[in-house]
Design a protein around this ligand. Structure first.
Ligand code: ATP
Ligand code: LTN
Length: 339
């Protein structure tokens, strides 16, 4: 991650949707990784509320979760002095660029998106146009800031590809308007799986709360969820990533490894010959101990609404300023009159 000091810092953009309580998966797969990037890159992180309404939300809940997400970013170690933090809907440029890029994105490209197929089958009563064009809004988020790198989980790589394709198409027509971004996969690669169906990813919008660990759960609830996580009847602690029958144990080993900075294989060795009960107890303790300081910080920050407001207000100002430069260029290129 080292950079030449004579060059300007590369820019990073990423975000999470305030669509539910942040899970251990979001933390290990996204936010934890961002913290370590802040010194070497110019970072912009947003609460992606425009994306969230592609699935029906309760308005008061969405407002509450957006603020909670900001408090959690900070509690996890994102430093507002170093990084820009803002709420997506506070910068109108996102929706504006998305409209333009909608006219440069093909239906066929969007139809291929796994997330669209997944979410439209899960929300069959509300397959709206926003859900379909979600990747175009995401491309706009990224391209507005002339972003170099986008740290996301593997599930988002398809969206990064479409973003690159649309940017290249636009640049092909009008010259170098957008920087072509690259996805940055989390190195530790922790993909945390559901505790009840360990072949599915842990998701904050899972209707079964036992499937995920929320960063907001009571500590005894976290321990209980881990202790009742689905495993297998073999009773052997071994890391076998290719073996679906072992998915539950693989997942707990992965979580434990991420918590202790170790590898699943090493953790499996450490617990060789022990019962699942003992192992689950140790995983529960490790998770609770890792979340405890974040929660203490979170509980303090969430009470300070004036502080949170000052962060998202100055964040939006900065984001708006950067984004306007790109948006004006785009408007000019496509033939709009800009004063
Ligand atoms: P939803 O359930 O609403 O689709 P989600 O929990 O899948 O949400 P997102 O907001 O879509 O989370 O993703 C935020 C970030 O967290 C992304 O970078 C994504 O790759 C990462 N992420 C989400 N779930 C996991 C997981 N189980 N393991 C690792 N990383 C994850
Ligand atoms: N789709 C992303 C959230 C997201 C995002 C972005 C991530 C929306 N816009 C721009 C990175 C860059 C997700 O994680 N589900």
């Amino acid at each position: 991650m080292e950079q030449n000091l004579t060059e300007p810092k590369k820019r990073i953009f990423s975000g999470v949707q305030p669509s539910g309580n942040i899970t251990l998966g979001n933390y290990l797969g996204a936010i934890k990784n961002w913290v370590s990037l802040q010194d070497d890159y110019e970072c912009i992180f947003a609460m992606m509320d425009l994306h969230t309404i592609t699935v029906r939300q309760t308005p008061a809940e969405l407002r509450k979760r957006t603020l909670e997400l900001l408090a959690l970013y900070i509690a996890c170690g994102i430093d507002p002095q170093k990084s820009t933090l803002f709420i997506q809907s506070h910068n109108s440029a996102h929706a504006e660029l998305a409209w333009v890029l909608n006219c440069y994105t093909y239906m066929g490209e969007l139809q291929r998106m796994t997330q669209f197929k997944d979410k439209s089958s899960r929300h069959a009563d509300n397959i709206n146009a926003g859900l379909f064009t979600y990747p175009v809004l995401m491309a706009s988020d990224i391209l507005l800031y002339q972003t170099d790198l986008v740290p996301v989980g593997k599930d988002q790589m398809q969206h990064i590809e479409i973003c690159r394709d649309v940017a290249q198409r636009f640049n092909g027509l009008y010259g170098d308007v957008f920087k072509i971004p690259e996805g940055l996969l989390v190195k530790s690669g922790a993909k945390v799986m559901s505790l009840t169906e360990p072949t599915k990813k842990m998701s904050k919008s899972d209707p079964n709360p036992k499937a995920f660990i929320s960063m907001m759960d009571d500590f005894n609830v976290i321990a209980k969820k881990i202790k009742s996580a689905v495993t297998d009847s073999e009773g052997v602690i071994e890391f076998r990533p290719e073996d679906d029958a072992k998915a539950g144990i693989n997942n707990l080993l992965t979580i434990m490894a991420a918590m202790t900075g170790s590898t699943p294989e090493t953790v499996a060795k450490d617990f060789e010959g022990q019962g699942y009960g003992t192992f689950k107890g140790a995983v529960a303790d490790a998770v609770v101990e890792a979340i405890r300081p974040i929660r203490e910080e979170y509980d303090r920050i969430i009470k300070d609404k004036a502080y949170l407001q000052s962060i998202y207000t100055s964040g939006a100002e900065n984001a708006y300023r950067i984004a306007q430069r790109t948006l004006k260029k785009v408007y000019k290129k496509v033939g709009f009159i800009i004063e």
